[in-house]
Design a protein around this ligand. Structure first.
Ligand code: GRF
Length: 215
């Protein structure tokens, strides 16, 4: 089996990154994490990635004077240098232009902390609490030109408790993120998460999806 060379793009602490790196340590996992790239030189996740022995790179967006395409071309060049086949965005806090999205169409995935298509954008936990939803969660999806859109690969749900604050809810969602992201990357890397129009058909069975409502 050839493991798909995967880059993880981060901007911050990288807890999803760590979950992916840990999952990819299993010898039968279909992806290998070959690069962690950050747009912020001070991203905590870079240190963690280095501790894991993963090559890291920084493409600092502040060096491009607002030229988003040049910034993305620089990222694309680094990805190609490392012979990357799949890209997993994990808390990468830059809005992408059609350039990078098109270059990596069908090969780039993202995790969003809400059950899409609800609560696209930022402050998802605050907004979920304000709406009074009783289930919240996270979504891994292919990246498309529209932000937090694109075919859904895996979702995980958590209950919302009466006493939740944005922080307690975020912590519960984060645990489900760490479960679903490795699952979704595996489905993409082994070719099971096939895009059909605006949807993904993964063929996942009941056993594989049982734990997606947690706890
Ligand atoms: C996660 O909540 C993820 O869903 C969102 O950004 C956050 C990143 O957290 N896109 P981490 O850096 O993976 O810990």
């Amino acid at each position: 089996m050839s493991r798909k060379r995967t880059a993880i793009l981060i901007s911050g602490r990288g807890s999803n990154m760590s979950a992916l790196i840990s999952a990819a340590m299993a010898p039968d996992y279909p992806a290998q994490i070959s690069l962690v790239l950050s747009n912020r030189p001070d991203a905590k996740g870079l240190e963690r990635a280095a501790e894991f022995g993963i090559p890291t790179a920084v493409v600092d967006h502040t060096g491009f004077a607002g030229d988003r395409k040049a910034f993305e071309q620089a990222i694309d060049a680094v990805l190609n240098e490392h012979r990357i086949e799949l890209v997993a965005l994990a808390g990468f806090m830059r809005i992408l232009t059609p350039f990078l999205v098109n270059e990596w169409a069908g090969r780039m995935i993202n995790i969003h902390p809400a059950l899409l298509p609800a609560f696209k954008g930022l402050a998802t936990h605050e907004r979920a609490l304000a709406e009074g939803v009783k289930l919240h969660g996270a979504t891994v999806h292919y990246v498309s030109a529209e932000m937090d859109d694109g075919p859904i690969i895996v979702q995980g749900a958590v209950p919302v408790r009466d006493q939740d604050t944005p922080d307690t809810l975020a912590a519960r969602v984060l645990q489900v993120e760490h479960k679903i992201y490795p699952k979704a990357l595996a489905l993409v890397a082994n070719g099971k998460a096939k895009i059909k129009g605006t949807q993904v058909i993964s063929g996942a069975d009941a056993e594989e999806t049982r734990e997606l409502i947690w706890p």
